[in-house]
Design a protein around this ligand. Sequence first.
Ligand SMILES: [Ca+2]
Ligand SMILES: [Ca+2]
Length: 755
Amino acid sequence: MRSGKFYLAYWYFFAVAVWLFIFIVTGSPNLFASNFYISATGNDANSGLTPFASWQTISNVNAHFSMFAPGDSVLFKRGDTFYGTININQSGTNGKSITISAYGTGEKPVISGFTTISGWTNEGGGIYSKVITSQALTNMVTIDGKQVGMGRYPDTGFLTYESFSANTSITDTELGNSPNWTGADLAVRKNDWTLDRGTITNHTGTTIIYNTSNTGSTQTPSLIGFGYFILNDLKTLTTYGEWYHNPVKGKFYMYFGAVNPLTKVVQVATVNDLIFCTGGNDYLSIYNLNLTGSINNAVYFKRVYSTDIDDYCRIQNCDISFCGKNGIELGQGAGFMVEGTTINNCNSYGIYSYYASLFSIANNSISNIAVIPGQSNNPQGNGGLYFSCNNGVINYNKIKNSGYNGIFIRSGTLGTSINIAYNYIDSVCLVLNDGGAIYTGGDWTGIRTIDHNIITNVIGHGAGAIRQTSLSEGIYLDEYASHLVVTNNTVANSGNSGIKLHKAHDNTITDNTTFNCQRGIDYLNSSGSNIRNISLRRNSFFAKFAAQYASVFSSVADDIALFGAADSNYYARPIDDNLTFSVTQPSTGWQQKTLATWQTFTGQDAHSRKSPIAVTDVNDIRFEYNATKAVTTIALDAKYICLDGKIVEGSITLQPYCSIILIKYSTPTAINSLTKAGKMLARVFPNPVTNELMIEIEDSAGMAGFEIIDSSGRSVLKGSVNEKTTVNLTNFSSGLYLLKVVKGNSSALKKIIKI
Ligand SMILES: [Ca+2]
Ligand SMILES: [Ca+2]
């Protein structure tokens, strides 16, 4: 029988081998290919076959697209801007991709769907308008290069509804008849993870009836007290930058107030997608383009039918920005690659795939995704990456500022592997709650590896929700998540947990670090007896503040001791290192436990430890991480102790995608010194001791021996010290002990009080 580890390696190498093959065959030059050139100063009557006979427009490219052959390239001139949608309707072949890219020197060519507004009409009241041509209701507007949200009421925050009827109406006792919002849109928070949007079909008095058929949402509010706001109505335009677009009348409005609109550059996305492909075309390469300003997606491989499969499509070294929906959407396909690409300011996802296999998403920078409430057409979800997938890698990406999840992975069937490693994810769940920087769930048999990711600032926004606290997690193994290997990750500053398992089973969680999270590790079994076979080893769960827990275990059954095997972890809260476990189960209710009582309760964590020392000031705790590919050196302003008891000073080095927690360390005072004839031999700290006793030899050269003798004169522990060592006295009875240290011909004794 093959071990899980072998299995994982096998499939990983398989995936890499296939990728290398794809790269070699599609990356080789095609001697018989044609290049077609397009420049802003070209002429569509030209042949397009040389830079001097270039075409001029995207529409001319589209008119010729069906004549392009495998291996052909469509090249846009660098420094120029082109408006419209490139419609792909041809496939390359294995080794002869059809390429859309750049030629010349300078900045990447811009494929833009933006219309820049000039010649405003003053409508009075600070509102200006402009007749524009747009393919649909726009969902992306910028002022001076910064995205501004659709006009809304109220301008910020949420109103609260006091009752609701199914998925069709809400009643807000503070809402009046005027203005009447019939015909506007309703953005309604229905639960922690849903901000739905629908058209208001009737507004009478305090009640709004709405229709969410356009989003397909069947969600019903879970409780009263959630929030809502109104948008997509001219009457909402009351503050600078708010806009309203009426595509039926072809008119765009913006509120400027006293600001002169001529002093502002306003751009409105008027094109649905910038690169569009449907019907299933393969071997397409998109390189070196700047794609900006779409109502929907910048790059869209559309899946209408299950036969719309776009295989071996690659996007590399592109800059994608200001997408009303997704940066890149792949309906379905194998061999999908997005690398070296920036994706900024999208209202739904950075990259979304309904189904991908053999994919590689690497070295991309994705930021500001779904951060404007109500601007997404998805009632749930949204975020950096969404993949329903088998066999692929998500490596070395940087994801910053996401309205909901950072990376969402679902599926992974038997024999497949999905590797999410070396990503840096910062500031997620800014709009919705109950999500994760890395979120996955489902009882899938393929192996998902989450390795060496750095996650900082998991927010879990409470705006519009009843619950004003975070329910968001660094790494979230939600319902029935199985066969995950979560290893060497760092999660810092999570409003809820660092790592959460909700009814998850058969997972390995090793060598991770959580720092300054409300809950370091969090097991929640909310029904049945679902959490089993979890291996939890060598992790460091570090609570910075006294109100945080190193670990939280709760279950609706008395089965916490059956969750799996746990050992050699650090459960540390040096500001108050006692009741660091929160445990809830039916027979005992909620209890706080110390490491020692946890060990007794579960029989687990025999070699797990608390903080090596206590602190009285959290400012003595220092957390460092390295979210780069290079080893970094960090200068230290003082002497520090690591969780394993190692003392460091001067500087330390951090390996790529690693972190370290340091606690300021003072050399123990004289009351802890062991002396022989007035000469310092060793120090011990702390004394009195609760759990761990540090023995430090004064002259670090050479080995020393130690022995602990109890009050009856019995030797209870012996060991050796090379410079220093930590001795765990957790399981010792309280009372007086004698510590003997022997070095060379010298020995010294010290009374130790165990409390
Ligand atoms: Ca407003
Ligand atoms: Ca109300």
